[in-house]
Design a binder for this molecule. Structure first.
Ligand SMILES: [Zn+2]
Length: 259
């Protein structure tokens, strides 16, 4: 089984039946997705796709109120996604959000590291530093055991993300996005199997993820499946560990018995 921990797209755009679409995804290697979207299309997608979609709602971290978090969980969100903050993720003004997520037994998904810029530099006026994974360290100290998924492995502060995932029991990371899969396998091998010795407890905190679009005509998650499989082979990951990374970690993060 494989769950994509970082998926985009709206199922309202899907041509054809959800059943056929899900069968096609399974055939291509993905059994379910953590869908990250704004609330309306997110809940519409969940309604249409059932257990194929694990819904994570994007909120504006600087505009939202604590009650918005509760409302999203009431509507069926399994997690909340944070991105593009005006202040560091670890700033105490955001703590009420994290506490609310913990109260509702949900997952906090953070965009971590570099955020794409448009060619004219007109959007996303943000400081990369505010989205570093070191802020997750602060958050865990104030909201202990908050379940966190760090998207994109802190690109390019890989080492820092590695430490956060290793140090905090409820903090996980993915290698989704456009950069991690282009770095050398030598680097990743050293990250998870330093000097050739596999660190199962560290690779065991990683989730399969692509950051690609779903519900269209073609899929782009294939290269991510290849990349993760190559990584498993490079470090000699046993079957049980591969299963954790591919699906087990997402099931336990979101407290799902199965799909
Ligand atoms: Zn994304």
């Amino acid at each position: 089984m494989r769950i994509d921990s970082h998926a985009h797209g709206h199922a309202v755009n899907l041509n054809g039946s959800p059943k056929e679409y899900i069968a096609r995804c399974k055939e291509e290697g993905v059994d379910a997705v953590v869908l990250i979207a704004k609330p309306d299309p997110l809940f519409a997608s969940k309604k249409r796709m059932g257990s194929f979609v694990i819904p994570v709602a994007i909120i504006d971290i600087d505009e939202a109120k604590k009650d918005d978090i509760h409302r999203l969980f009431d509507q069926g969100a399994a997690g909340i996604k944070f991105i593009c903050p005006n202040h560091p993720y670890g700033d105490e003004r955001y703590f009420p959000f994290y506490k609310a997520i913990k109260e509702r037994d949900g997952v906090a998904v953070f965009h971590t590291g570099y955020l794409m810029h448009d060619p004219e530099y007109t959007r996303y006026r943000v400081k990369l530093d505010d989205m570093r994974t070191s802020h997750i360290d602060t958050i865990e100290r104030w909201v202990p055991h908050l379940r966190v998924l760090m998207a994109h492995f802190g690109n390019p502060h890989w080492e820092e993300c590695w430490k956060m995932a290793w140090a905090h029991p409820t903090v996980y990371a993915d290698l989704s996005g456009g950069t991690a899969i282009h770095r050398s396998m030598l680097m990743w091998r050293e990250m998870f199997a330093p000097n050739g010795a596999l660190m199962s407890d560290c690779l065991g905190k990683v989730c399969f993820g692509s950051d690609t679009q779903y519900f269209g005509e073609a899929h782009r998650f294939g290269p991510y499946i290849d990349f993760y499989e190559r990584l498993f082979n490079e470090v000699g990951a046993p079957e049980e560990l591969r299963e954790k990374v591919n699906a087990g970690n997402i099931l336990s993060l979101f407290k799902l018995e199965g799909l």
